[in-house]
Design a binder for this molecule. Structure first.
Ligand SMILES: [Zn+2]
Length: 86
């Protein structure tokens, strides 16, 4: 009997916002930047997709998106939540 109700609780796994990991292939670094982009063939103009990037990969990913005319804006990850919920 579990009279006190203390058994098997799952409340001890804090996961505040989820991990923000760089989107570059094979990179497990913490992301510092959010790259906002849009593919006009797939997305409506106001839609924003987000890639996360560490300091090392920010430029690489920006160039990748810019080359396809997808890149819109790069913002610090701290500002991402506001951007996405806006
Ligand atoms: Zn990276």
């Amino acid at each position: 009997m579990d009279v006190l109700g203390l058994g098997g609780g799952s409340a001890a796994t804090p996961d505040p916002v989820g991990e923000l990991i760089c989107s570059a292939k094979g990179c497990r670094a913490e992301a510092a930047w959010g790259l906002l982009w849009n593919n006009p063939r797939l997305h409506t103009p106001e839609r924003r997709k987000v890639w996360l990037a560490c300091d090392d990969h920010r430029e690489h990913l920006e160039q990748f998106l810019s080359a396809r005319s997808f890149w819109k804006q790069t913002v610090p990850v701290a500002e991402l939540d506001r951007q996405e919920s806006a």
